[in-house]
Design a protein. Structure first.
Length: 62
């Protein structure tokens, strides 16, 4: 099943950990939907590379 990337959401999380269970190799700990972002297009959404940078300590998160 494939979904069309149309809706951007903002996620909050407590931590990111390595995980062999997911294809991206990472899991968000205590992830929750913070809000919908109708002001953003799918092209403006963060990618797995941004999540990896946060996990590696190259970017902070709030």
């Amino acid at each position: 099943m494939y979904v069309r990337p149309e809706l951007v959401v903002e996620m909050a999380f407590n931590d990111i950990q390595a995980s062999s269970k997911y294809p991206g190799g990472l899991a968000l700990r205590f992830a929750r939907l913070k809000r919908y972002r109708p002001d953003k297009s799918p092209g403006q959404a963060d990618t797995i590379e941004t999540v990896r940078a946060i996990h590696e300590g190259r970017l902070g998160h709030s």
